[in-house]
Write a protein that binds this ligand. Structure first.
Ligand SMILES: [Zn+2]
Length: 173
């Protein structure tokens, strides 16, 4: 049986591949540096737009005492500060590892255009960073999750939305 794989390797796509490699190397290097400085886990990320890095992040969970200080979140925050915007349309996120659900959601909220990752979730699990259980929790009904979720005081909380809808000076996003 003949297996034919056709790859259209144009000079342009070859150049793109080298550029992607360059940004990914930078993300991995940030992970190395962060670890060397005892910042946190072995993860790094960069945000790129217009052919240059506009945001850098590395895991700082244990040094900042912040469970949300993942590399991707830190890179997104850094890029938004640098660009003075609250979203990253037209930007690409390079991360040394497939993002956890929090960072994936952050990438969606930031409206990044594309995401490139080095290691897989499985690789991370092998190193003791298993976020697979969170992926499994998300599709469950709130009451079935291991984190008990109980809706309360909906009426008073709903007033926030009324206020938002009626506020002519809001900044929509
Ligand atoms: Zn994460």
């Amino acid at each position: 049986m003949e297996t034919r794989i056709s790859i259209q390797e144009t000079p342009e796509s070859g150049r793109d591949a080298r550029v992607h490699d360059q940004w990914m190397r930078e993300a991995v290097e940030l992970g190395h540096r962060g670890m060397a400085e005892n910042g946190g886990g072995p993860f790094g990320a960069v945000v790129v737009t217009g052919g240059k890095i506009v945001g850098r992040g590395w895991n700082q969970v244990t040094s900042l005492l912040d469970p949300t200080a993942h590399a991707e979140v830190m890179a997104i925050r850094d890029a938004c500060r640098a660009l003075q915007r609250f979203e990253l349309r037209g930007c690409e996120l390079y991360t040394s590892c497939e993002p956890c659900p929090m960072c994936l959601a952050a990438a969606y909220w930031a409206r990044v255009e594309r995401l490139f990752y080095g290691c897989t979730r499985g690789d991370a699990a092998g190193a003791g960073f298993d976020d697979e259980f969170i992926y499994q929790q998300i599709p469950l009904e709130p009451a079935a999750r291991s984190l008990p979720m109980t809706p309360i005081c909906r009426e008073s909380a709903l007033r926030l939305f009324d206020e938002w809808k009626n506020n002519p000076d809001k900044t929509p996003y």
